[in-house]
Design a protein around this ligand. Structure first.
Ligand code: FMN
Length: 334
């Protein structure tokens, strides 16, 4: 049984299970679902500092929150320390519990602005960004980053020390380079090296896809917290199961009925967060996540792709789960 506790500034975050920031995915609806399965901290999608400071409505939408999901970290991206500090003040005023600074996004649109992973090539800017934000707000400040820009310029140890010296409370490492994107595998031993190099909390991230991986990453790296991204998409149960394993309890897999209930709840929360305006592509992708690992899901995905009415999509999904339920009960009878 593990007794690990994560502390970020004055915040006590239990076992340190964290839902990763994922643009287009970790919106309010998904964060609430993850919370209901025992995650200790949720992180927003990345938010443009420039957009916030310019008061852009589409950017401000991303700050939507709900008491149920707290504590909440809002992740900012940007490269100008004054702009990011101003955005951090706005985020603090909106009630966030943590400001997370994105220093790992490899997407060209972000990198072109000198933000995200581009910062790994400008360590002096990393320092002034953290320093400006630290001085602008009183809530904890964290940084999420990668190994380095490319294989030949891996500098996360230097970045971690700079981030700590500039006043950050924690650092999250996704140990792949920006150039790697999602290829290859996450270099967990590098997380262990960062843990040895700094005294702020270190959060490990990358390729935690099964509940067992949480304990494995902790053991290998001694990290203070574990952040899960893709492994939680359509699979929020991973947080409950990781807790069960940590307590030495047997794993409980979701029943088909529970899956369907969560799908329905997720869609209702999604619609609520859009204030009744439905995005068909948003609903379609969410339905697809939940069926991903199940038998016959390719067929469901093909049907959903050709479906253009919300009610029909939900019906297809219900029929899919009902057919699986029937199959499993017939198997049991046999
Ligand atoms: C669709 C998608 C969107 C992402 N968006 C963000 C983001 O907004 N900010 C960020 O720091 N990382 C983002 N990431 C990276 C994840 O937070 C995480 O570092 C990465 O997926 C590795 O963790 P995993 O193996 O648990 O998925 C994104 C990843 C995915 C798959």
């Amino acid at each position: 049984m593990t007794t690990t506790k994560l502390k970020i500034g004055a915040l006590e975050l239990g076992q340190g299970l964290i839902l990763a920031p994922m643009a287009g995915i970790t919106d309010l609806s998904f964060r609430r679902i993850a919370k209901s399965f025992g995650v200790d901290l949720v992180v927003s999608e990345m938010v443009s500092s420039e957009g916030l400071v310019r008061n852009r409505a589409s950017t401000k939408m991303l700050l939507q929150s709900n008491a149920e999901e707290r504590p909440l970290a809002i992740q900012l991206f940007g490269s100008d320390p004054r702009v990011v500090a101003e955005a951090a003040r706005i985020v603090e005023d909106e009630g966030a519990d943590i400001i997370d600074l994105n220093m790992g996004c490899p997407v060209p649109k972000v990198v072109r602005q000198g933000a995200g992973a581009a910062l790994l090539q400008h360590v002096a800017t990393v320092a002034s960004l953290v320093d400006s934000v630290r001085q602008a707000v009183s809530i904890p400040v964290t940084v999420k980053t990668r190994s380095g820009w490319s294989k030949s310029t891996i500098n996360v140890l230097e970045v971690a020390r700079v981030v700590e010296d500039a006043g950050a409370d924690a650092i999250t490492i996704h140990p792949r380079t920006a150039r790697q994107g999602f290829s290859g595998s996450a270099d967990w031993p590098l997380i262990a090296k960062v843990k040895q190099a700094v005294s702020i909390s270190v959060i490990g991230n990358g390729d935690v896809t099964r509940p067992e991986d949480v304990g494995k990453m902790r053991k290998l790296t001694q990290c203070d917290g574990v952040m899960i991204g893709r492994g939680a998409m359509g699979n929020p149960w991973i947080f409950r199961q990781a807790r069960q394993l940590a307590k030495g309890q047997p794993l409980s897999s979701p029943t088909l009925q529970e899956r369907l209930d969560v799908v329905r709840r997720h869609l209702a929360l999604y619609e609520e967060s859009l204030h009744g305006r439905q995005s068909l592509s948003g609903v379609r992708s969410r339905l697809m996540w939940y069926s991903k690992r199940l038998r016959g899901s390719a067929r469901l995905r093909a049907s959903l792709s050709n479906c253009h009415h919300l009610e029909d999509m939900i019906k297809l999904c219900e029929e899919f789960f009902e057919s699986l339920e029937k199959e499993s009960s017939t198997c049991e009878e046999r």
